[in-house]
Design a protein around this ligand. Structure first.
Ligand code: ZN
Length: 323
């Protein structure tokens, strides 16, 4: 009996050995685990990485990256990850020291730092620093996608060809998004190309598409808007006859509402043009919860609220809000 069992065991072992050494295709490597700070970076990593990566974003919908601090579970996730991608350019202002430290031990890449500095706008409050909101211009965001591709390739060289092909397809989508944005925003009457939002996240958007952009707060949400600033902007709304202002998904609408009340007190009616995705994408699992959907939403909403022409369901027919 014992003999027989040993015999079975032995043949089973031989079978396993044959399977491992024979012409059976090797099991593909485990997916690369990637942790990204913002949803936009995570989305780029998913698009470029495909099946070869599993990506986690630390910041979900509605989360403000300027004030975000790593949680205990974030730290655990980053310590286990093969690759950590953060934005840089001082966007994650509260996590700078943390990433400097983590970079000594782990593979950590600040992907927006790869964008050509000559294409960046300066930071209004800090000499030598840049406006970090580069995702607002799809043409500029291509530099980040290329940096994501390079970081993935360095971490998983065996997948280089797949990452390259995926990146090319995604960059083509960004180019199509840029073309759509240019076309529909050009339909807005010249005098209405003013974008007033809660904080200064849209300067790259303004530069790309010929919009004057005004944020109540500065480039960071950390600075408080003073009463003077609010009353100055009320005067601007009235004198320029601006009809719509926008709230942001990741910033309180308190200041925007103060503006509307201030303008109303002066007999000028301003409405909320809608909610823009400034520093975070929409709900996970929706079209707006992707970078392409986020920008489509913003562009389509701004166009339609400012008197231009754009399809209510956006570039791809997938906008769910029915703007
Ligand atoms: Zn911001």
């Amino acid at each position: 009996m014992v003999f027989a069992r040993r015999g079975i065991l032995k043949s089973a072992l031989i079978a396993v050995t044959v399977l491992l050494s024979g012409g059976v295709p090797a099991l593909s490597a485990a997916p690369l685990t990637v942790v990204a700070t913002t949803g936009m970076i995570a989305d780029a990593a998913r698009a470029v990485g495909g099946d070869a990566v599993t990506v986690t974003a630390l910041m979900g919908p509605g989360v403000d990256p300027h004030s975000y601090r790593q949680t205990r579970s974030d730290i655990v996730a980053m310590a286990k990850a093969d690759l950590v991608l953060w934005h840089g350019l001082y966007l994650e202002a509260q996590m700078e020291d943390f990433f400097a430290d983590l970079g000594k031990k782990r593979r950590v890449v600040a992907v927006a730092e790869a964008v050509d500095k000559s294409r960046l706008l300066g930071h209004q409050n800090y000499a030598g620093r840049y406006d970090p909101h580069v995702w607002m211009d799809p043409a500029l965001w291509t530099g980040v996608v290329v940096a994501v591709r390079d970081a993935l390739t360095e971490a998983q060289p065996a997948e280089a060809a797949a990452f390259k092909a995926n990146a090319e397809a995604y960059l083509a989508e960004l180019a199509a998004l840029d073309t759509y944005s240019r076309e529909v925003l050009a339909s807005v009457p010249q005098g209405s190309r003013v974008l007033l939002t809660a904080h200064d996240a849209f300067s790259y958007f303004g530069r790309a598409y010929g919009y004057e952009v005004i944020g109540i707060q500065g480039i960071s949400t950390q600075s408080e808007a003073g009463l003077n600033r609010v009353s100055e902007l009320v005067d601007l709304l009235v004198s320029r006859k601006i009809a719509a202002v926008f709230v942001e998904s990741s910033v309180s609408d308190r200041n925007i509402r103060a503006l509307i009340e201030g303008a109303a007190a002066k007999g000028h009616e301003v409405r909320i043009g809608g909610e823009l995705f400034s520093d975070a994408m929409g709900e996970t699992g929706t079209y707006e919860g992707t970078y392409l959907g986020m920008i489509d939403h913003n562009v389509t909403l701004i166009t339609r609220a400012s008197g231009g022409t754009a399809p209510a369901d956006g570039r791809t027919g997938r906008l769910s809000a029915g703007l």
